[in-house]
Design a protein around this ligand. Sequence first.
Ligand code: SAM
Length: 226
Amino acid sequence: MPEIKRLSNGIFEVIKDKKHLATKNLDSGKTVYGEKLITVEGVEYRTWDPRRSKLGAMVLKKFNTPLKEDSKVLYLGAASGTTVSHVSDIVSEGAVYAVEFAPRSMRDLIGLASRRKNIHPILADAGKPDSYSHLVEPVDLIFQDVAQPNQAEIAARNAVRFLKRDGYLLLSIKARSIDTVAKPKEVFKAEVKKLEQAFEPRFEILNAKDLMPYHEDHLGVLAKLK
Ligand code: SAM
């Protein structure tokens, strides 16, 4: 019989043969990216692969993930929806505004959203929040995984438009998308400084850790508005 342990709101550890990070499946019987379905005490869970999800890795690296059942989330860099699907499980009574600019990924995301009513796919450039401001309400959390050189600026532009005063930013910074030759540690330091000082609004950093062993040369950051 598998065992279940609650890690935080909507996030679980299922123990079956080994430990799996997991969320409760909002779309019963269906998988999204080949993950396992495990039923414990009549509840179906989907395993969450931290090697395919920066947010999953952040959970295992003990970041506080400030999500509740009714949270509103702006997700920048949604790709085909691997992680978006887990956020959708967690905020089952809330909403995920999923921004992605690659049309191929957007097709998958639209398919996912047709089965999960809390996902709102938006085909747009995350660097141009004005272009989707009519589609997004004020949010409790911005999650950003765009792997772009100007990611601190993108975060600030979206935060000023959409983040509630007491909301949070969770960000994945990929060192190589900013500088291919500099040492990742130096890149991370500079990016954190940009978040703290370079743009308006400024952020207060609450936690910053590398995402090893799940993602090489990536920094996870949790921040709130200063
Ligand atoms: N977060 C996804 C997950 O865990 O399933 C993976 C995201 S992938 C590393 C980065 C994604 O960001 C790509 O799909 C890319 O097309 C998208 N992206 C990059 N720059 C963007 C931008 N300016 N606006 C919207 N999407 C962007």
